[in-house]
Design a binder for this molecule. Structure first.
Ligand SMILES: C[S@@+](CC[C@H](N)C(=O)[O-])C[C@H]1O[C@@H](n2cnc3c(N)ncnc32)[C@H](O)[C@@H]1O
Length: 157
């Protein structure tokens, strides 16, 4: 599904409500170091985390639609083609995992051992998410206001 960046702008408060709910549950689990954002879009998650005083040594944003990432953030390294063959301390995938053919295969290898993986999808897709292997569940739940998401936070073991 190709999304339109201009239309998506009106969705910012909806996404912020989800980030707020997720952060309440995962703040304590966020690792120091790097962040990989799978399906970064406009980078609102990074803006939100920064506003909350949560910063990283390095942020890599992955998205298959470059237009969705405009305007770009100065502190983010953007990648538009995979596969990415690196491991990160934190991997977030907000409202994108349900668009992937093999969510587990595409996400799990990006997380270093002991690292954090956060996946959030609109409620109607929650049963489509696989049971991630080699991941210890840290938190899960329903977040959001106008649109509800279900999120999971795992530690890679
Ligand atoms: C609903 S938006 C979510 C954007 C952002 N995570 C947020 O919280 O607002 C989904 C994003 O995933 C991107 N996307 C779609 N399919 C993708 C894929 N297979 N790999 C990476 N990004 C993808 C889209 O271009 C879009 O920017």
């Amino acid at each position: 599904m190709i999304m339109n960046r201009r239309v998506y702008e009106s969705w910012k408060p909806v996404q912020y409500a989800k980030y707020k709910g997720i952060l309440e549950k995962v703040r304590q689990f966020i690792r120091k170091g790097s962040l990989f954002d799978y399906g970064i879009g406009p980078g609102w998650l990074e803006m939100f985390l920064d506003e909350q005083g949560i910063t990283f040594d390095r942020i890599v944003g992955f998205d298959t639609n470059p237009e969705m990432t405009e305007p770009r953030l100065a502190n983010v390294e953007y990648v538009f083609e995979g596969p990415v063959e690196e491991e990160f301390d934190n991997v977030f995938c907000i409202d994108t995992a349900h668009l992937l053919h093999e969510p587990e295969e595409e996400l799990a290898h990006l997380v270093r051992k002991g690292g954090l993986l956060v996946v959030s999808v609109p409620m109607r897709f929650m049963n489509k998410m696989p049971k991630f292997k080699n991941m210890r569940l840290l938190a899960k739940g329903i977040v959001g206001s106008r649109e509800k998401d279900f999120f999971w936070a795992w530690e890679k073991v």
